[in-house]
Design a binder for this molecule. Sequence first.
Ligand code: NAP
Length: 465
Amino acid sequence: MPIATVNPADGAVLRTYEALDAAGIEERIARAHETFATWRLTTFGDRAVLLRKAAELLEEDAADVARLMTAEMGKPVVQARAEAVKCVKAMRWYAERAESLLADEHPDEADVKDSGALAARVVYRPLGVVLAVMPWNFPLWQVVRFAAPALMAGNVGLLKHASNVPGTALYLEDLLRRAGFPEGCFGTLLIGSGEVERVLRDPRVAAATLTGSEPAGRSVASVAGDEVKPTVLELGGSDPFLVLPSADVAKAAQTAVTARVQNNGQSCIAAKRFIVHARVFDEFTERFTEGMSALRVGDPADEDTEVGPLSSEQGRADLEELVEDAVAQGARVLCGGRRPAGLDDGWYYEPTVLTDLSPGMRIHHAETFGPVASLYRAASLDEAVSLANDTPFGLSSNVWTRDAVDLARCVRDLRAGGVFVNGMTASHPALPFGGVKRSGYGRELAGHGIRAFCNATTVWEGAGG
Ligand code: NAP
């Protein structure tokens, strides 16, 4: 079946792509498998030269690829350019650091002796062909944060990108080819999600990583489990944003707006639930609502736009349903709560703040993937922490406080893969990224990310030689 891309800003079909047939899939897997046999023998230095070249080319292409991403999935073009620049940085970071991150590990001399060895060490070897199933929301970044470390470790990658961003997927394949990566090192599979199982069960595919929704993660993890293949899952999030009595409320409110609406509100690590201590609730609410109402919503190709459309009509319908369900059960709309006037062709939704929420509403436990903020009043720190943890997700969390005791309590008790203090959650190549609970398992980025697809091999040398 052909894959069609549609511009979320106006509903126009951009382009149609022919999906790979069975023979095409087989050819891609075979080529990746063959390439691994030689790619794994290259040195870190060889790989770094190619990755640095890819970074240089991407830097040159940033404006063009940004426009492509914006057309395919609707993010404001300024943010799309920033995403490309972030990828350049991550490529350079791993080109520079991979060798030291994967250096041999040497146990203590006394422990080596105790194991009966003359010498012992741990070496990190690549696993092979890794299947990457990726989402559309950061169509370059999600892939690069997998591919840069995986390729530097000596693995090869097969990308199954989301069906609405095939242009970006093919751009990435071409970028790495132009940078000099051998054919088969990184291939794009233009396939629907129904073909993922067949690829994952192929014995030539060693492992998988999936960034996306919980149902997709569950499906890939169960097939991989059945095949006993390792996986990393980066799934949804409903990050809490706690504002405690000692916070700088003005700064917190300003950052809260960005943290909620970045990428048109479609980011896994967006702050989605704003949990504000009663002592600062009124001030925060006023500033936050004012900030959300003032955002410029419009054509994402426009340099001035701050919030563009949702990536799909279905995405907007899902969001609307969550808001309607909450309002029907007594939630109050402080701003937004509807489609903006005059933007009828695209899948726009006004930046929205909802309050007076209760656990019976679907929004209380669901991920709001769009510019809708859930605002809660907490009577105490205990209640704030308990509300923060009252979610199936555990990706990241944000805490605004200048009180060391309150902060220590939050770092100890928030059940999430990150605690970002007096700022908003963001990923960085040097910091591990991932979640707990329904947000997935495993970590990307930093040393954790590059070791995720390595075979930590014990080399033990005895006296018997
Ligand atoms: P999605 O619908 O789960 O799609 C993600 C990828 O999985 C796509 O390539 C999709 O292919 C594929 N897929 C869907 N169902 C599948 C199945 N049953 N088996 C195998 N593959 C399947 O998610 P999305 O709408 O693109 O992205 C939004 C979600 O991703 C949100 O929940 C967000 O929080 C999460 N996310 C998490 C992170 C993180 O780092 N934790 C980062 C970004 C996004 P098709 O497009 O062909 O269906």
